[in-house]
Design a protein around this ligand. Structure first.
Ligand code: MG
Length: 251
């Protein structure tokens, strides 16, 4: 497994790409409201990406038909935006977006609550986000890759949630998906040793009920097997000689 170590020049470009994506996410988050279609979310996202001189990296990736993955409630990831899927009060919606800037990819996801959602769903969204932060505490040079996976699992398992196993985080750089794969569930092995200059997309996908997922007929949309909600949170990060740097979250 060849994991790329980015040069200072490449790290600077990754930062630029990720900063632009952070802006896109911030603007999308502000725009979400009941009555908005998931297609409108995608159209706005693509416009914002292009305004930031980025190229949407999800568009046409293995045939994906949109720039933003918009996954509502029981949809885990890879929801295809549609004009007749309308966001309503009480929904949660996961937006996964990425862009290419000067040849370098960024990737991040957020789950938003539309208006007031059920308390157990709000907890799921907040704990999914927190699990990312638990994971990156271990994202330090000299630690092992699966220290991150196990830290996420340690935090999540206590709540009895299902951790998605079919989809995982990944390395990122001149390609959207690079080595290594980064599971969010418990690992028995240690995995590779982390080194400064690795850039990783860490992205826990956590289900309120079962960990099991299914694919819809469109062969893209991943849904929970029991129909209960799922949340997703992702940032592109940089391993350094000290604290990890969250490239898609500067505040
Ligand atoms: Mg990703």
């Amino acid at each position: 497994m060849a994991v790329s170590i980015k040069s200072p020049r490449e790290i600077a470009l990754m930062r630029e790409s990720c900063k632009r994506l952070e802006y896109v996410h911030d603007k999308l988050g502000e725009a979400l409201k009941p009555g908005m279609s998931t297609l409108e979310v995608d159209r706005l996202g693509e416009k914002l990406i292009r305004e930031m001189d980025g190229i949407p990296n999800f568009l046409h990736y293995n045939g994906f038909p949109a720039s933003i993955c918009v996954s509502v409630n029981e949809e885990v990831v890879h929801g295809i935006p549609k004009k007749d899927r309308i966001l309503k009060e009480g929904d949660i919606v996961s937006l996964d977006a990425g862009l290419i800037y000067k040849g370098y990819h960024s990737d991040a996801a957020r789950t938003y609550m539309i208006g007031k959602v059920k308390p157990e769903v709000k907890d799921l969204v907040e704990r999914t986000k927190q699990s990312f932060f638990e994971g990156i505490k271990m994202a330090r040079e000299g630690n092992h890759l699966y220290d991150i996976s196990n830290a996420i699992a340690d935090y999540i398992e206590g709540f009895g949630y299902g951790i998605v196993e079919d989809l995982v985080g990944h390395g990122i750089g001149t390609k959207l998906h690079e080595d290594p794969q980064i599971p969010n569930f418990r690992q028995k092995k240690k995995g590779l040793m982390l080194k400064a200059g690795m850039t990783l997309a860490i992205e826990p996908m956590i289900n309120l009920g079962t960990w099991e997922v299914e694919w819809l007929e469109d062969d893209w949309t991943v849904v929970t097997a029991d129909g209960l909600p799922s949340a997703h949170y992702e940032n592109t990060i940089l391993i350094t000689e000290d604290e990890p740097e969250i490239l898609t979250l500067s505040r």
